[in-house]
Design a protein around this ligand. Structure first.
Ligand code: UDP
Length: 496
């Protein structure tokens, strides 16, 4: 047995050091092993991130999946050289202003990864069959080329959002015009993006700042990979996929959706990113069980974002005036420690008590069981920052989205949800915008309307949910598109 295992072609995976990347990498590793037991898989990252992965693996792989084994390899990491505080190896707990330091520090993993690949080559008599690296770790293509293997880049985002993000970073099209609107290379000529869809760091990028010293070169290196894997479904992102393939001129395998349920044991999302829920799952489900179908709005801004103090106030006032039911995963507003205790003064006076007593609104502090809430029949819409995992989770349950993108590629996801998919209305963008309670009430009424536009969006979201399900199952002898893409990926890397 051991002898056969040693001869297996080896895949080495290396994620960027953020939970939103570690978890999809783990899910991808598992998906590859579910497709075929041909490979030995090792995920290589820094020591503290290995600890996160270890606890995620021990908490997520059920006993029925004993055949799934993923190796972990530590890459030594020198944080102090990049001005990072001791014991910080992950975006978690880093303020936005310091996250760029972690990006730059990730380039220092090139030498340790090279050593690992050389060691594997020596031990196994052949180099790994490929490296699967995060799109942000473009330097892995150099490691692969110099050590006789291939590199496949993995984007944890969708095709449309990935294309917009990489093309804007590499071309900085907003710096070449005086207009607030501009065309982004790779998109059809009549498509326009808006300056407000960019994070302030990207808006200010000119090639000399720390952000543009990192992203364009790393993305350009990833574009020299042998192919890309994308966490999406061909049928739901037809346009985005075609455009991304044209832009990269590389094969792109859409193997998604990599949903937490595929990585999780049971239904306890406590373990999803090593975070403990602010509410017991049973309490949350009981609250939802008492509500009518599609009557509840779920609100969350992902794993690391929050909104400004004035936006939070307007959101609460608008919710109250809309008289709709809601569950709101709430954290201190921008400018305060996101993990600190919540202060009542950040909400209208008496808000939390009024919502509690009238049973109209449930405030969940810090972290909520998102996928379970979205899967509940009472949940009718999701006010979201449009992080790609949230988008996939919502659409997989046929839940339309009220968009409020805050960072990264979220605004491009929001644009696609509105313009291509017709499943969303955007409330606002970024933490800098000014919103009123009337804006909030207006958008909630449209999206949660059981007739008119609200009904149309719900129907479209349900159609997308069907496509997502069909992509990952086998009907008769016909495999869904994501299964076929995974088969093709396996075939391709096995070809010498
Ligand atoms: N999540 C959760 N509970 C929360 C907030 C987030 O379970 O209270 C999970 C959510 O289900 C998703 C992930 O955290 O899987 C957030 O990923 P996304 O890509 O949407 O946003 P990011 O956190 O990367 O900005």
């Amino acid at each position: 047995m051991a002898e056969t295992a040693e001869k297996k072609p080896h895949i080495v995976m290396t994620p960027f050091m953020a939970h939103g990347h570690l978890i999809p990498f783990l899910a991808l590793a598992r998906k590859i092993q579910e497709t075929t037991t041909t490979f030995k898989i090792t995920i290589a990252t820094t020591p503290l991130n290995i600890q996160h992965l270890k606890s995620a693996i021990s908490n997520t792989f059920s006993s029925s999946n004993n055949d799934i084994s993923i190796n972990l390899a530590e890459l030594p990491f020198n944080h102090s050289q990049y001005g990072l505080p001791p014991n910080v190896e992950n975006t978690e707990k880093l303020p936005l202003t310091d996250i760029i330091k972690l990006f730059h520090a990730s380039t220092s993993l090139e030498a340790p990864l090279s050593s690992l690949i050389s060691k594997i080559t020596q031990q196994e008599g052949q180099p790994p069959i490929c490296i699967i690296s995060d799109v942000f770790l473009g330097w892995a293509t150099n490691v692969a080329k110099s050590l006789g293997t291939r590199n496949i880049s993995f984007t944890t985002c969708g095709a449309y959002g990935t294309l917009a993000y990489i093309s804007i970073w590499c071309n900085l099209p907003h710096r070449k015009t005086d207009s607030d609107e501009f065309w982004v290379p790779g998109f059809p000529q009549n498509y326009r993006f808006h300056i407000s869809q960019m994070h302030r760091y990207l808006r200010a990028a000119d090639g000399t700042d720390d952000w543009s010293k990192f992203f364009p070169p790393q993305i350009a290196l990833s574009m020299k990979s042998d192919g890309w894997i994308c966490n999406t479904v061909e049928e739901i992102e037809n346009l985005g996929l075609q455009l991304l393939k044209n832009y990269l001129q590389l094969p792109v395998w859409c193997i998604g959706p990599l949903l937490p349920s595929t990585t999780l044991k049971g239904s306890n999302s406590k373990y999803r990113a090593g975070k403990e829920s602010g509410i017991a799952l049973e309490e949350c489900m009981e609250w939802l069980d008492l509500k009518d179908e599609n009557s509840v709005l779920y609100i969350s801004f992902g794993s690391q974002n929050t909104v400004s103090a004035s936006q939070m106030m307007a959101l609460a006032e608008g919710l109250e005036e809309s008289e709709k039911l809601f569950i709101w995963v709430i954290r201190p507003p921008c400018g305060f420690d996101i993990n600190a205790e919540f202060k009542a003064e950040w909400l209208p006076e008496g808000f939390e008590e009024r919502m509690k007593h009238s049973k109209r609104g449930l405030l969940v502090h810090k972290w909520g069981p998102q996928l379970e809430i979205l899967s509940h029949k009472s949940t009718g819409a999701f006010l979201s920052h449009c992080g790609w995992n949230s988008v996939l989770e919502s659409l997989s349950q046929g839940v339309p989205i009220i968009g409020w993108p805050l960072a990264a590629e979220q605004a491009y996801n929001a644009k696609m949800l509105v313009e291509e998919m017709g499943v969303s209305v955007e409330l606002t963008r970024t933490v800098e915008s000014v919103i009123s309670k009337e804006d909030v009430k207006w958008v909630i009424e449209i999206v949660m309307d059981q007739e008119g536009k609200g009904k149309e969006m719900k129907e479209k979201a349900n159609e997308i949910a069907v496509h997502m399900r069909e992509a990952t199952v086998e009907k008769g002898k016909e495999k869904g598109s994501s299964l076929r893409a995974m088969d093709d990926f396996v075939r391709t890397i096995l070809q010498v």
